[in-house]
Each structure stands twice: as C-alpha cells, then as structure tokens.
Design a protein. Structure first.
Length: 188
C-alpha cells in the first residue's frame, strides 16, 4: 500500500476519543470492547483509524517509569506486556483517571479501592477496538497495512526505570499510598 503524507491524527479529536471512552466505560473489558466496536462501526473508516491513532498516542504518553512502578506495586510485578495492558486499562477508565495518574500515579489508590477482587487492572481488549470495527465495516483484513500507509508521529519508546524492584524503598518513594496498601498484599 502506498504511503500517504497524512496523519491519522486529523480523523478524530482527543475530545471525541474521550467521549467514546466515557460512553463505553465498563468494569468488564469485553463489554467495553463490544460497546466500543458497536459505536465505532457506525463511524467512517477514517474515524475508526483516528480512534486507533488517539489510543496509541495516549499509550505512548503514559509510557513512564512512575506508572510502571504503580502497576508493579499493585500487581506484584509487571512485565512489558502487562504494562501495555495496564496502560490500556488506565485509558479505559476515562480521561480524569488517566490524567490524574499521569500527574500522580499514587492517585490510582482511589480507583483500586473501588474495584472488587475479581477485577484486574489490565485491558488488552481495548487495544483491538479499532481493528475489530475496521474489519466489521470494511470486511477486509488489511487494517495494519492501512495504518502503515499513514505518516503518524510516533516515537520509539524507551524507558529508564527510576526504581529498583530489589529496593522496595524506591517504589515507596514514587507511590507511598499504593505501596502501603498493596506492596505486602497485592491486588489479586
């Protein structure tokens, strides 16, 4: 597929993205995915691509060591993939939760205290909303080829941890409330 000099950023605003997230919020990731795909399937292909772009940009923006420390504390460890799903979960909780956590990951204590023990702070499913809606609307399986044809402004993500899993004090310094509540008794 030929490259275009356009970015998918023009196809959906941040405001519309967050409105869709708010409208579909659910404690069940599959329910949220189903509702998102239903809503996105009523939109244009460009809007679906725009949603996927915004999701990827918010994932990129949340790739930081302090959020990873929060997830590590609460989940008793966190791999690279788990951190991706944790950030997707964070986005799935809406703009206010997301932005608060970026400013102060310890603010997530308020979210975790409202969750029950069957919930888990990961939402891999939301990562496939754009793909599923695109395939439903177009009946094609070339979603990633189409995405690759755009000139989007993504960075290669690298992270330098400012904490050490072998030194709990470094985690406590970043998220004292989460550490106090979940370090000895992780969320699950």
């Amino acid at each position: 597929m030929a490259k275009t000099n356009k970015s998918r950023s023009q196809f959906m605003s941040e405001e519309v993205f967050w409105d869709l997230i708010e409208e579909t919020k659910s404690d069940d990731p599959q329910d949220q995915l189903d509702h998102l795909v239903e809503l996105l399937s009523s939109k244009s292909v460009e809007e679906i691509l725009g949603f996927d772009y915004r999701l990827d940009k918010f994932l990129e923006k949340s790739y930081n060591p302090n959020l990873w420390a929060a997830g590590y504390i609460v989940c008793d460890g966190m791999s690279d993939d788990s951190f991706d799903y944790f950030r997707a979960w964070l986005i799935s909780k809406g703009k206010d939760v997301y932005e608060s956590a970026l400013k102060n990951p310890d603010s997530l204590i308020n979210v975790f205290e409202k969750m029950n023990e069957t919930d888990f702070p990961e939402n891999e499913e939301i990562l496939y909303a754009g793909l599923d809606a695109y395939e439903q609307v177009t009946e094609k399986e070339d979603f990633y080829d189409v995405i690759d044809s755009y000139e989007d402004d993504f960075q290669i993500l690298e992270i330098e941890l400012n904490w050490d899993e072998d030194d709990p004090e470094t985690l406590k310094n970043i998220c004292p409330k989460l550490f106090e509540r979940y370090y000895e008794e992780p969320f699950y």
